[in-house]
Design a protein around this ligand. Structure first.
Ligand SMILES: Nc1ncnc2c1ncn2[C@@H]1O[C@H](COP(=O)(O)OP(=O)(O)OP(=O)(O)O)[C@@H](O)[C@H]1O
Length: 498
């Protein structure tokens, strides 16, 4: 494969240097060898301003490239040998190396190897007048972008540098998308010191390095996808794609093509062929969330893929081999579904080679403070130190039943974070049903209370929430500061008299 790529590159670039158009008279002085100083009036560099280090021991080529690369819109530093190039690399942020293979003192491949230690993301192109298959393979083994045979034309160098520039743009785009994805998904830390979470972590560590299919069970929002990601991250496939699909979110007609892909014309509207997620996840992990929602026909196909490792795109009669580890999740009672005939028994046995049960949040409520703080930090730059929640707010959160589990908590925290200008988060920042719940709890107190007692309790709560700030308390309770003082005085007189 590498050799083939080298051969293609060699065939494409075997042309005559003598046919180079003689460089037009430069409108600016030539660049100094070994210097990155731009000519006095250079052409405006491209938007991405790629900085190329050109290293070759031929003085004529140094002069030529020192002039022509800036004309193509790049910044250039020209070096006469490998050691100078390495020195420049350690001082300047070079984006691309264009190096001769055979230079005295240090070969181009050695320069590339050193460059990778300094800037792993650097792109490199090797040039040589003495091509051999071995050197081509060696160059590609060092991750060079391409291989140029001397003599070659400027147009070819220009096209090649254009491709390098394009690749850099793709790399930046991928990095930006990764960043956005990470922000959307949140970090993959699995928070929780409750015993049940320790047990979950232990099981993850055991099963992750195997190739077993895993079935994660648990209520909605309790972290099944997070656990699936942890399994992928700790597996031998961690560098390969992790692809997740919610099987319940797509109509029956689409789910099959989403999973297995389709060929052009497979159904009305299939104007072109498309890869399915099994192919997209090739080499990596495919997470089938809500696997219990799969229609029976797709369940049969999934079973076939799991048993043979072959998929067939919709409308195709050719099979494609895929190497994908499947992790499934469900909040449904699959055994019951089997007895009801809505889930295949053979598929259930196939996907639960290893089963992992996640506890509901209410069953590990001692983890709530750590989870709440972790989720708050997703939204707050200022949320890293000091008190993040008042005691009253935390008590409210811990007494809730959390039917939507950690996802529900995440939503409550986001709501509170938006309403709260300065930390800590208090009860007033929680969604209204928390405040209503508190009122209901007050009214449900066993001992009967007078209106005055209820009022006094509301004042006490507000005083705690606002750390004794009477102005804020009066504002919250909708009374004047004077009325608040009167009520507080009356209360203290009453308690003294008692
Ligand atoms: N143990 C945990 N530590 C940190 N964050 C968690 C934890 N569990 C869940 N979360 C967060 O809660 C949210 C919901 O988690 P996730 O999507 O993994 O749940 P799920 O069980 O797959 O949900 P569903 O049943 O709806 O598919 C995510 O934002 C996730 O990051």
């Amino acid at each position: 494969m590498l050799a083939a790529k080298a051969r293609i590159a060699a065939a494409n670039l075997n042309c005559d240097c003598q046919s180079l158009p003689s460089p037009k008279k430069s409108p600016h002085p030539r660049m100094k060898v070994g210097s990155s100083k731009m000519p006095s009036k250079p052409k405006q560099p491209k938007a991405d301003g790629m900085h190329i280090l050109f290293a070759d021991d031929e003085p004529q080529l140094q002069k030529l490239m020192g002039t022509e690369l800036p004309r193509m819109g790049y910044r250039v530093t020209v070096c006469p040998d490998g050691p100078t190039a390495v020195d420049v690399l350690s001082k300047e942020p070079i984006d691309c190396l264009l190096v001769d293979l055979d230079m005295p003192g240090m070969s181009g491949i050695e320069v590339i190897a050193r460059a990778r230690e300094i800037r792993p993301e650097i792109e490199a192109v090797i040039m040589t007048g003495n091509p051999s298959q071995e050197t081509a393979i060696e160059a590609l083994r060092h991750g060079t972008f391409d291989y140029l045979m001397k003599p070659c034309r400027l147009a070819e160098i220009s096209a090649l540098m254009g491709r390098v520039s394009e690749r850099r743009e793709w790399n930046r785009l991928v990095a930006a998308l990764r960043h956005r994805l990470q922000r959307a998904e949140g970090d993959s830390d699995l928070i929780g010191e409750n015993q049940s979470m320790h047990a979950v972590r232990k099981l993850i560590a055991k099963v992750a390095p195997t190739e077993s299919t895993v079935l994660i069970r648990g209520e909605t929002g309790c972290g099944k996808e997070l656990v699936a990601r942890a399994i992928a991250d700790e597996s031998l496939r961690s560098e390969q794609p992790f692809v997740a699909i919610n099987c319940g979110a797509l109509p029956e007609t689409l789910i099959e093509s989403e999973l297995f892909g389709h060929v052009k014309g497979a159904f009305t509207g299939a104007d072109s062929g498309r890869m399915g997620l099994f192919e997209v996840a090739s080499g990596g992990t495919l997470f089938l969330d809500e696997v219990g929602e799969l229609p029976l026909a797709v369940q049969a196909k999934l079973l076939r893929v799991l048993e043979t490792g072959d998929i067939r795109r919709l409308g195709d009669n050719q099979s494609i081999k895929v190497d994908v580890r499947v992790v499934c999740a469900t909040h449904r009672d699959l055994e019951k579904m089997v007895t009801e005939g809505t889930f295949r028994e053979d598929l259930m046995f196939r996907i639960n080679t290893f089963e992992l049960r996640l506890p509901a949040l209410r069953d590990r409520i001692d983890d709530l403070p750590a989870l709440a703080e972790h989720l708050l930090r997703r939204h707050r730059a200022d949320g890293t130190s000091g008190q993040l929640f008042t005691e009253a707010a935390m008590a409210e959160l811990q007494s809730h039943q959390w039917p939507g589990n950690v996802r529900e908590l995440a939503n409550v925290i986001e709501h509170a974070s938006v309403l709260c200008d300065a930390l800590p988060i208090d009860v007033e920042h929680l969604p209204q049903h928390f405040a209503r719940r508190q009122l209901r709890a007050d009214l449900a107190d066993t001992a009967p209370m007078t209106m005055r007692e209820i009022e006094l309790r509301a004042i006490e709560r507000a005083m705690t929430r606002h750390n004794g700030n009477k102005k804020a308390v009066a504002e919250e309770l909708g009374m004047s500061l004077k009325t608040l003082y009167n009520k507080l005085n009356a209360a203290s007189e009453a308690s003294e008299a008692a």
